[in-house]
Design a protein around this ligand. Structure first.
Ligand SMILES: [Zn+2]
Length: 318
């Protein structure tokens, strides 16, 4: 096994000790992505924690709550929905969308405290190209909501509170980390990196600036599913990432090559038995994975997850 992952951190959660580094497969609730329902019971065999967005997690019925460490994000990506707006109050800010009630920091925190093992504070995404003034404003609101959540996090709750970070370069990363590292957060979670995956240098600069200030507590990066980038982030001091790419690629019949760390069309895979030692490939081989059907896609998704773990040098829970 490779040993690229360097974190030795861990945290105690309401569903057991979570040891880093780790990859958190994304799962959704409410039927928007039917394969998630089929896949969910198997994910905990591979990964030590699952990620659910607050946006979808609200549809989770109590019996559906995985008996496994669960990270629930803030659903802050709703600020990018068309027609969404920010509603500022004295010490916090909400996101209003055309769909349903406003996303309020209190509602997010209450939900996380009831259902999540880790929750991230309500943030405001800053896409690449945002003008400096607007970017600073959104970062200020992200800081404000993190401070609000730190002050309202129920002490008795076993939910571990991670401060969401938003930054667009090293300097802005330094500013937000300096403000939030002074508080008693259990960890930090960097958002807004998905549209920056084609410029990993920018992401590395941001991570470097965060890690220069905050050296001890766990650092999560949202939405990263590219195995090569995951390996690089772990080497830079990131402790965990989450993504649904293993599943999306399965739906598109793409197979993660466990040696190259790249998703390739299944048609280009001659023999899965030769390509990969995982249980799926050793028992089902490529003809089965090529067939259309929920179980075939599930098998391919589980291979992709196993291959991601082996490529990134991660322990599996199984
Ligand atoms: Zn495999």
């Amino acid at each position: 096994m490779r040993t690229t992952a360097t974190s030795t951190r861990s945290i105690e959660t309401g569903h057991g000790r979570l040891v880093f580094p780790c990859f958190m497969p994304v799962t959704t609730f409410g039927g928007a992505f039917p394969l998630d329902v089929v896949a969910r019971p198997y994910l905990s065999r591979f990964a030590p924690a699952l990620m659910a967005s607050h946006y979808y997690a609200q549809s989770m019925k109590k019996p559906e709550r995985p008996n496994h460490p669960l990270f629930v994000d803030s659903g802050g990506f709703a600020s990018l929905f068309e027609g969404s707006s920010v509603e500022e109050h004295g010490d916090m800010a909400c996101i209003c969308t055309k769909y349903g009630k406003p996303l309020h920091p209190a509602e997010v925190l209450t939900f996380q405290q009831e259902y999540a093992d880790i929750g991230a504070t309500l943030d405001f995404l800053i896409p690449p190209g945002t003008d400096e003034q607007e970017a600073k404003h959104k970062q200020g609101l992200t800081i404000k909501n993190a401070l609000w959540a730190a002050g309202h996090h129920v002490v008795e709750s076993s939910m571990r509170l991670f401060a969401s970070l938003q930054a667009w370069n090293a300097e802005s990363a330094k500013q937000i980390t300096e403000k939030l590292a002074a508080l008693n957060f259990d960890g930090f979670a960097l958002g807004g990196m998905v549209p920056r995956v084609r410029t990993p240098k920018v992401i590395f600069e941001i991570i470097g600036a965060i890690r220069e200030i905050e050296t001890d507590r766990p650092l999560h990066v949202f939405g990263i599913g590219n195995p090569k980038l995951i390996r690089a982030l772990f080497e830079q001091g990131v402790d965990s990432v989450d993504s649904s790419s293993f599943l999306q690629n399965a739906v598109n019949k793409r197979y993660l090559d466990p040696h190259r760390g790249e998703f390739v069309p299944l048609d280009e895979v001659g023999s899965a038995i030769k390509a990969c030692p995982c249980r799926v490939c050793q028992t089902l081989d490529v003809e089965y994975l090529r067939l259309e059907g929920a179980l075939n896609n599930l098998a391919l998704a589980l291979h992709n997850l196993a291959a991601l773990h082996s490529y990134c040098g991660l322990e599996r829970t199984e």
